[in-house]
Design a protein around this ligand. Sequence first.
Ligand SMILES: C[S@@+](CC[C@H](N)C(=O)[O-])C[C@H]1O[C@@H](n2cnc3c(N)ncnc32)[C@H](O)[C@@H]1O
Length: 208
Amino acid sequence: MAKSDFSGGVPAGEFASMYAEGIPPWQIDRPQAEVLRLIDQGAFVSPVMDIGCGSGDNAIALARSGYRVVGVDAVEEALRRARAKVAREKLAQPPEFVLGDALRLEDSGLEVETILDCALFHTFSDEEQAVYVRGLAEVLAPGGRLHLLCFSELETRPPGPRRLSLAQITGAFGSGWEVVESVRCRYEDRVRPDGAHAWRVTMKKKSS
Ligand SMILES: C[S@@+](CC[C@H](N)C(=O)[O-])C[C@H]1O[C@@H](n2cnc3c(N)ncnc32)[C@H](O)[C@@H]1O
């Protein structure tokens, strides 16, 4: 399905350090409530790519529901944690976890019907977002959907990544994409009991 490593030796510096130091703020060791809602709604079609999958809980939740999933992350330690979680379960179709750089998706060999991005997009600069969006379009089938969870401008409390308005998110996607749904939600983390204010935006890649 995917190449076993398309990281290009990416150091993923800050993220690698945060994993090396222990449990990063985003690692809640359970799937995001918003992802479970999407699963309940039948919002995924296999194969699914969970990009920036971290320690794998969302990918594993999808696999439990019968989806074929590949989780991609640039940090080996995140993938080690994800694989350890999978090893503790008996899944008919366990997710595959692959080392890769989200800014090199065109080298991944992946072709997927749905993409989940939980809190990766907002870590990129405007320039990186443009590269990322081109890569997403490379691997996503025509008519396929992207579900994006992203810190919103309503979240004013530290710590965390940059905060984005709905216009900033959708503006990063060109005319090849259609916004299907945008919902105010929470991104659950270890530092805010009520979770971070977030946007969940679902986008469809247009067929032509
Ligand atoms: C904020 S964490 C979110 C992790 C997971 N999606 C979750 O919600 O628990 C962002 C993740 O993206 C990964 N990441 C950062 N830059 C990346 C890149 N260029 N390519 C692939 N993964 C990347 C980090 O290692 C980290 O695991």
